[in-house]
Design a binder for this molecule. Structure first.
Ligand code: PEP
Ligand code: MN
Length: 363
């Protein structure tokens, strides 16, 4: 993919590139009041507002439509901020271009649909406009890449990816799990692709936004898209996750921007030393796992000789509880220990099952 660096399409770029504005355009007054306050927040360069809203259930507020594009254009004229909105089909593209929206984005529910993405790409052929592609709702990196490739195929080279979290069906404190390894893998595959984090849709609640923004900065992401509203509590969509321009300012001021490298030799030496300690402990962990596996094989042989099932559920529960308790005593997180032992235990069951059934044990 031919990707133009962010500083080639955002003049005087500073890190992070901040995009802020309401989830939805609701009224001219709400748009202009929000934009005026956002303008006063240093470092915000782009104003966002959803004009057509993809809602999970019908009969919710589905956006104001074309009328909102006029307000967006007034925001640009009055504040000098660049403007952006979500497009989900060729008609949206046509109207957004007619009203001179500066930057388009493709929403998470659209990225999942290659037909819709291709329709947007076709309507953008020959148009020189930046396009940001949100990750699909489900954890499918190929779909995300596919949507970016369709834009690239239409000649769009001002491209960015937006990480807005994934819907996995798991309950957690997040509305959409961040699964940081997925955007990180996209960055590894396309190192020049700018990555913007949308903490609002990851969090689903405003008290988590600052924490996620910091994580995004620590992961070296280039930008942040933060839903901001003059009066979030009465917002017609995503009320719980929107912040006021005042809180946005606080969040941005509180960010620590860290660097990957330093010229300080002492620090480098200290880090090298600690890393070699980690290497040594990892070696011990792997040796211990290998010893454990040898014992598991002997259990497998004994079970085979006595015709006992490889998986004994009561043992699994007992083992898990004891390990989680022991881990807690040692100051380790419960979920961390559970995840590790789920994986260790399922490998043990697989090994024993292969032995009991005389299958070949894979190394
Ligand atoms: C939005 O940005 O308001 C939106 C609908 O987001 P997403 O596509 O990430 O759900
Ligand atoms: Mn929203």
């Amino acid at each position: 993919m031919d990707i133009l660096p962010l500083n080639k399409w955002i003049p005087n770029l500073k890190k992070p590139l901040v995009i802020a504005g309401p989830c939805s355009a609701e009224s001219k007054e709400q748009m202009l009041a929000t934009a005026n306050e956002i303008k006063a927040v240093d470092d915000v360069r782009i104003f966002r507002a959803g004009i057509w809203k993809p809602r999970t259930r019908p009969n919710c507020f589905e956006g104001v439509g074309e009328e909102g594009l006029k307000w967006l254009s007034e925001v640009k004229e009055k504040t000098g901020l660049l403007t952006s909105t979500e497009v989900a089909n060729s008609q949206h593209v046509e109207l957004a271009l007619k009203h001179n929206v500066d930057i388009l984005w493709i929403g998470a529910r659209t990225t999942v649909s290659p037909f819709a993405v291709q329709e947007i790409a076709d309507s953008l052929k020959g148009v020189n406009i930046p396009v940001m592609v949100k990750n699909p709702v489900n954890q499918d990196l190929a779909l995300w890449i596919g949507a970016l490739e369709r834009m690239s195929g239409a000649g769009i080279n001002k491209l960015a990816a937006i990480h807005r979290g994934f819907s996995t069906g798991d309950t957690s404190k997040y509305r959409n799990l961040p699964l940081w390894q997925i955007p990180m893998e996209l960055k590894r595959l396309f190192p020049t692709l700018p990555m913007i984090c949308d903490p609002s849709h990851i969090a689903g609640r405003r008290d988590l936004i600052a924490y996620i923004c910091q994580k995004a900065m620590d992961a070296d992401m280039e930008g942040l898209m933060i839903e901001t509203h003059v009066n979030p509590d009465v917002a017609l969509s995503d009320a719980k996750q929107q912040v006021t321009p005042g809180l946005l300012d606080e969040i941005l001021k509180g960010l620590s921007l860290r660097t990957e490298f330093t010229a300080d030799r002492n620090f480098e030496q200290e880090l090298d030393h600690l890393r070699s300690e980690v290497d040594r402990v990892d070696r011990e962990i792997l040796d211990a796992l290998a010893s454990r596996t040898e014992i598991i094989k002997r259990i497998g042989e004994a079970k085979k000789a006595n015709n006992i099932m490889p998986l004994q559920l009561h043992r699994m529960d007992e083992l898990m509880n004891k390990r989680v308790d022991l881990g807690s005593e040692l100051g380790l997180g419960k979920k961390f220990i559970k995840d590790i032992y789920n994986s260790i235990h399922s490998e043990s069951v697989r090994i024993q099952s292969d032995i009991v059934n005389d299958f070949k044990v894979k190394k």
